[in-house]
Design a protein around this ligand. Structure first.
Ligand code: TGC
Ligand code: FAD
Length: 392
C-alpha cells in the first residue's frame, strides 16, 4: 500500500469552530491512525482479519468510551471530540471505527446509563483500556430492521435467568469477552443482559465470506439454555427504547466517521489526479475530473457543517433521534458516492489495494446497512415530519 500522505480538507475553515482540546484530540487520533492503522490495514482486510494489536492504542487515544466519565475510566470528553475521534478512525478504516463504536456506544454506554454502580465499576474501566472487549446483540436472523419482533428470551429460573435464542451480524462477537444482549422476559418486555464468554451454552461462531468490513470480525451469538446470573441484568431501563437509545449514540459517531472515509477518498483522488498524466496533461486539468472533485469537496463541507451543528446540539442534550438519523443517512450516502467517483478517477489503479478507496467503498456498503438502513432512516425522518409511521 502507498505511504499515508493524507491531508484533511477544511474548505470552510471549520477548525475555527473547534476548541484547542478538540484539535488536540483530533490531531492525536490522526497521528495514531497514520502510524498504527494505515501501514497494516490493507493486509488485514485482504486476509479478513481484525488487527488485535491496535486494541491497546485505540484505548489510549480515547477510542473506547470517549464521553464516559473519567471516574469509570472513560476520557470524559464532549460529543464533538467523540465525533472527531470517530472521523479520524474511519479515515483509516470503517471496520476499526466499528470496533470503537461498538465498545463505546453499544457496550459501555448501556452499562453506564442502564447499569447499576456495581456493574459500572466491574466492567467500564476494563472496557475503556481494551482489557475487556464487548459486543452488542440486537439483530436476529428474522428481525433486522424490526428489532421489536425479537424472539430471544429469558426465564426466571430461581437464582439465575435461562437465556435462549440467537443473534446475527454481531460486530466483534468472535473475540468479545462480554456481550450486551437484548432479550424478552416472560411478559415480552425487552431487557439488556450482560453475557460473559465461558458461560455454558454460549457460543460465537464467526461469519465468513464478507466482501465488506473485512478487517472487522463479525459473528453470531447463540444461547442454548445459558444460565445468566441475576446480577447481570441491566436494571435501569427496559423496553425497545433501551437499545434504541444506544443506537442514537452510535449513529451519531457514524455520521462523523463517514466524513473521515469520504475525506480519505477525496484526498487520494485529488493527489492522484494532479499527478496522473493522460493526453499530455494531468487529468486534474480536465473538466470532467474537476466536476467530480468540486462536487466531492462541496458534499464533504455540507456534511461537516451538518455534523458539527449536530455535535453542538448533542453537547446541549438537545439532539433528537430524527436529527441523528438524518446525519447518519446523509453522510454515509455522501461517502459512498464519493468513494465510487474517486474509484473511477484512479482508473485501473482504483481497484487495487495500493490505494484505500476500494476498501472504503466496500466497507461503506455495511455502514449504509447497519445501525439502521438508508431506507429506515428516511422513514424515521418521514415519521418525524408527518407524525405518521410508515414502518407498520
Ligand atoms: P417504535 O414504536 O417507534 O419505538 C418503540 C419504543 O422505543 C422508543 N424509541 C426510542 N427511545 C430512545 N431512543 C430512540 N432513538 C428511540 N426510538 C424509539 C419509542 O418512543 C417507543 O417507546 P414506548 O415507551 O412507546 O414503547 O418502534 P418500532 O418497532 O416502530 O421501530 C422503529 C424503528 C424501525 C425506527 C427501529 O426499530 C429501528 O431503528 N430499526 C433499525 C434497527 C437498527 O438500527 N438496528 C441496529 C442494530 S445494532 C448495529 O447495527 C450495530 S453495527 C455496529 C458497528 O459495527 O458499528
Ligand atoms: P432487513 O431488515 O431484512 O432489510 C432488508 C431491506 O428491506 C433493506 O433495504 C431495508 O431498508 C428494507 N426494509 C425493511 N423494513 C422496511 C420497511 N418497513 N419499509 C421499507 N423498507 C424496509 N446488529 C447488531 O445487533 N449488532 C452488531 O454489532 C451489528 N453489526 C453488524 C455488522 C455488519 C457488517 C452488518 C452487515 C450488520 C450488522 N448488524 C449488527 C446488523 C444490522 O443492524 C442489520 O443488518 C440492519 O439493521 C438491517 O437488518 P437486515 O440485515 O435484517 O435487513
Amino acid at each position: 500500500m502507498k505511504p499515508d500522505l493524507f491531508q484533511a480538507p477544511d474548505y470552510y475553515n471549520l477548525d475555527d469552530l473547534l476548541t484547542e482540546e478538540h484539535k488536540l484530540v483530533r490531531d492525536s487520533a490522526r497521528a495514531w491512525v497514520k502510524r498504527e492503522v494505515s501501514p497494516i490495514i490493507e493486509d488485514f482486510a485482504q486476509r479478513a482479519e481484525f488487527p488485535k494489536q491496535i486494541i491497546k492504542g485505540l484505548g489510549e487515544i480515547g477510542g473506547f468510551g470517549p464521553y464516559i466519565p473519567e471516574e469509570y475510566g472513560g476520557a470524559g470528553l464532549d460529543q464533538i471530540s467523540y465525533g472527531l475521534i470517530m472521523q479520524e478512525i474511519e479515515r483509516g478504516d470503517s471496520g476499526v471505527r466499528s470496533t470503537s463504536s461498538v465498545q463505546s456506544s453499544l457496550v459501555m454506554y448501556p452499562i453506564w446509563k442502564y447499569g447499576n454502580e456495581e456493574q459500572r465499576q466491574k466492567y467500564l474501566p476494563k472496557l475503556a483500556t481494551g482489557e475487556l472487549m464487548g459486543c452488542f446483540g440486537l439483530t436476529e436472523p428474522d428481525h433486522g430492521s424490526n428489532p421489536g419482533g425479537m424472539t430471544t428470551n429469558f426465564k426466571d429460573n430461581g437464582d439465575h435467568y435461562l437465556l435462549n435464542g440467537a443473534k446475527m451480524w454481531i460486530s466483534n462477537a468472535p473475540f468479545a469477552d462480554i456481550a450486551v444482549v437484548w432479550a424478552k422476559n416472560e411478559e415480552g418486555r425487552i431487557h439488556g443482559l450482560i453475557v460473559e464468554r465461558g458461560m455454558e451454552g454460549f457460543t460465537t461462531p464467526e461469519t465468513h465470506n464478507k466482501w465488506s468490513l473485512r478487517a472487522s470480525s463479525t459473528g453470531e451469538l447463540i444461547f442454548d439454555n445459558v444460565k445468566v446470573p441475576k446480577e447481570n441484568l441491566l436494571p435501569n431501563k427496559s423496553g425497545l427504547g433501551a437499545p434504541l437509545g444506544c443506537l442514537d449514540s452510535a449513529r451519531y459517531g457514524i455520521a462523523w466517521g463517514a466524513i473521515g472515509a469520504a475525506m480519505d477518498c477525496y484526498d487520494t483522488a485529488l493527489r492522484y489526479a494532479k499527478e496522473r498524466i493522460q493526453f499530455d496533461k494531468p487529468i486534474a486539468g480536465t473538466q470532467l475530473q474537476q466536476k467530480k472533485l468540486a462536487e466531492m469537496i462541496t458534499e464533504i463541507t455540507k456534511a461537516q457543517l451538518l455534523t458539527w451543528r449536530l455535535g453542538v446540539l448533542k453537547n446541549e442534550g438537545k439532539a433528537t433521534t430524527a436529527q441523528i438519523s438524518m446525519a447518519k443517512r446523509n453522510n454515509v450516502e455522501m461517502a459512498i458516492q464519493i468513494a465510487r467517483d474517486a474509484r473511477q478517477m484512479l482508473g485501473g489503479m482504483g481497484i487495487t489495494g495500493e490505494y484505500s478507496i476500494m476498501r472504503h467503498m466496500m466497507n461503506l456498503e455495511s455502514v449504509v446497512t447497519y445501525e439502521g438502513t438508508h431506507d429506515i432512516h428516511l422513514l424515521i425522518t418521514g415519521m418525524d415530519i408527518t407524525g405518521i409511521s410508515a414502518f407498520k
